[in-house]
Design a protein. Structure first.
Length: 118
């Protein structure tokens, strides 16, 4: 089982990034997919989640209207489009695959660093 995140990096405030989470080794289409983030000195927090068939999404209040989660069950990949980035979005972003819902259980990726700074 693998979840491999990519797409992180350094971006100026107001900029955009698109994170990808490529899955292998399990039946991707049966799993809820979520993105979490953890900033230095803070607890890991849920950013966005999407149901297994992609019909329902959920966002943290801090990212609503700026971030969009999506998935491609054929490519076995989840995405997080991040627009209008702010310095407070700086964190390590992790993807999670959970068969039972948005619980933070199941499989985790290794994380990708997002830094928003001028």
């Amino acid at each position: 089982v693998q979840l491999v995140e990519s797409g992180g990096g350094l971006v100026q405030p107001g900029g955009s990034l698109r994170l990808s989470c490529a899955a292998s080794g399990f039946t991707f289409s049966r799993y809820f997919m979520s993105w979490y983030r953890q900033a230095p000195g803070k607890e890991r927090e849920l950013v966005a989640a999407i149901t297994s068939v992609g019909g329902t999404t959920n966002y943290a209040d801090s990212v609503k209207g700026r971030f969009t989660i999506s998935r491609d069950n054929v490519k076995k990949t989840a995405y997080l489009q991040m627009n209008s980035l702010k310095p407070e979005d700086t964190a390590v972003y992790y993807c999670n695959a959970d068969p039972g819902g948005i619980r933070g259980r199941g499989y985790w990726g290794q994380g990708t660093q997002v830094t928003v700074s001028s």
